[in-house]
Design a protein around this ligand. Structure first.
Ligand SMILES: [Zn+2]
Length: 563
């Protein structure tokens, strides 16, 4: 079925002959890559010509040009650091290193040992700076889409009827249909943007339960994300492991499970429906029950009504909730029992939330937690058969600035020189004579002006103002402990929630097919490398007639829900 071996050489020769300079081809043009397979991509006017079919084909071409078809992955694990900008990564590595008593700059997070790296261009079809729904849909389905879209191609965010014809299949759903085991781990609600994009299809990410949907959308035939999770289980049998927060979206209002209150308006108990669909499956809500569920054929763990707690704030006792590393280990142990291989999504969701809240401590702490989860996966798998991809969906406006001396506390005030020519020593001072921190935010709730909740000056987490007074100037941080977990970095302009950033994020990869992650990639290429490098996935697509003559999947599959 797989014709790569036979076709790789002629394809490579053809590529060399024309220097890969096909019109409209998005891949590298000047240098032919080992194992490269050429896929023709039509030149289009942009953005008008960006159809779902074009996005899919262009992503396939870029992945094939980078040699992804040579991959032989049995298992795939994707780690998604939500909002994990490159600045967040650089600061978190120093944070983690300094916790171990080192200067920090030389420290490496788990994925910084991986051999393959690339840059990911994150824009949505309608947005220069993207959101998590559109970006995760690109990563999960190989098609870029609009801001807010979950598993559907670009269209009107408010038009349910239109979205029904634009549903896209994720690699997770494809894997379940191909007989592989699947798993989802997230510290956000299971219905939140990133996990939802692997199983649901809605034009607006906010439709997490029936009460969050407009009546018109329900009448037009759309269903909420939580109920689509149940439909996904019914249609594909997966996922075997789903560990996250968000119990409230699965339970009727007025009822509780494990002390967690529901908010559904339609009276459906989706946890009971899941149990009925998955014989032997265990539903758990706290650490002790989670540990007891080890060995169960399937586990649905919903540990909070909404998002799980930050690692810093988590209850570590038996009635509390597990951390990302424990959930990752549990998922891999469960999925690795399947001889057909598995795919797993692990989201460090709350990096994004802490950045939005203008609190660098929690953002870096969550990133360090993600690093421990990635290290667990590295330790538990082999680079011979398991492709591990670590990436972010989008950036944030966290900045890393000044000239702090080597080993300066990453959350501290800049101690060093005031400029490139300075000689170091005491606190660096701005032109007002005031010290400043290495980390700050371009916008967000850390603005120094007074709000209804906190006075003028530096802010403490949590602070989410709806209005602020103009600040008289910068706060004097001389006597402030800026390394305190609740210190909020200053923001230049006041917003109730700090925003995403529009620049590229990183991709780090290890294992079969990982070498295809290099260069400057459009974000949706991640899906195509995963699918092309995993024989079970690409064979499933080819069997459905969606591949070209070289065995490259070039036509988007239709998900079960839309057949
Ligand atoms: Zn966000």
């Amino acid at each position: 079925m797989i014709r790569t071996t036979r076709l790789a050489l002629p394809a490579l020769c053809a590529c060399l002959a024309v220097a890969c300079a096909a019109p409209g081809a998005p891949g590298p043009r000047a240098v032919a890559q080992a194992g490269a397979v050429h896929v023709e991509v039509p030149a289009i006017a942009r953005p008008e010509g960006e159809t779902p079919a074009w996005w899919y084909r262009s992503g396939a071409a870029a992945a094939a040009a980078n040699g992804a078809m040579a991959g032989r992955a049995r298992n795939v694990i994707v780690f998604l650091g939500d909002g994990m900008s490159l600045t967040t990564v650089a600061a978190a590595r120093i944070f983690a290193g300094q916790r171990e008593g080192a200067p920090g700059e030389e420290h490496r997070l788990a994925w910084e040992y991986f051999p393959a790296t690339a840059l990911s261009r994150t824009y949505n079809t309608d947005a220069q700076t993207p959101d998590s729904a559109g970006t995760m849909t690109a990563i999960a389905t190989g098609v870029k889409t609009h801001m807010g879209a979950i598993g559907v191609a670009a269209g009107d965010r408010h038009d349910c009827g239109q979205s029904l014809d634009r549903r896209l299949q994720s690699w997770l759903s494809l894997a379940a249909e191909a007989g592989m085991a699947t798993g989802i781990v997230s510290t956000a609600r299971l219905t939140h943007a990133t996990p939802a994009a692997t199983y649901a299809h809605v034009p607006d990410r906010h439709w997490e339960s029936d009460v969050a949907m407009p009546a018109a959308a329900r009448e037009a035939g759309c269903s909420d994300i939580a109920s689509q999770f149940i439909e996904h289980v019914r249609a594909t049998g997966g996922p075997r492991v789903a560990l996250a927060g968000g119990a409230r979206e699965f339970l009727p209002e007025g009822t509780r499970a494990g002390g967690l209150a529901g908010r559904r308006g339609d009276g459906r108990d989706l946890l009971a429906e899941w149990r009925a669909l998955v014989p032997g499956g265990r539903v758990v809500h706290r650490t002790t029950d989670f540990e007891d569920a080890r060995g169960a054929p399937a586990v649905l763990g919903l540990f909070e009504a909404a998002h799980m707690q930050y690692e810093h704030d988590r209850d570590r006792g038996p009635d509390g909730e597990p951390d990302l590393e424990a959930m990752t280990r549990f998922a891999i142990e469960t999925l690795a029992r399947d001889p057909a291989g598995y795919v797993l999504l692990v989201e460090g969701a709350r990096i994004d939330h802490a950045n939005h809240e203008g609190n660098a401590y929690r953002a870096l702490d969550e990133t360090a937690s993600l690093s421990r989860a990635v290290q667990a996966a590295v330790d538990m798998t082999s680079a011979e058969d398991t492709l591990i991809v670590v990436t972010a969906d989008h950036s944030h406006v966290l900045t890393f600035a000044g000239y702090p001396r080597r080993g300066n506390p990453i959350l501290g005030k800049v101690r060093g020189s005031g400029g490139e020519d300075g000689d170091g020593g005491g606190y660096a001072r701005d032109l007002l004579g005031l010290p400043y921190t290495t980390l700050s935010y371009a916008n967000g709730p850390g603005y120094a002006g007074a709000s209804a909740r906190q006075p003028e000056g530096p802010k403490r987490h949590f602070h989410g103002p709806t209005a602020v007074q103009p600040a008289a100037g910068r706060p004097d941080l001389t006597a402030v402990d800026t390394t305190h977990p609740d210190f909020m970095q200053e923001s230049l302009l006041p917003l109730w929630s700090e925003t995403h950033g529009g620049e590229d994020v990183g991709i780090w990869a290890r294992g079969p097919g990982s070498a295809a992650f290099r260069g400057s990639l459009e974000q949706h290429v991640i899906y195509h490398v995963i699918v092309q490098a995993t024989p079970r996935l690409r064979e499933r697509l080819c069997a459905a007639g969606l591949c070209d003559a070289q065995g490259v999947p070039v036509v988007p599959p239709v998900p079960a829900a839309a057949r």
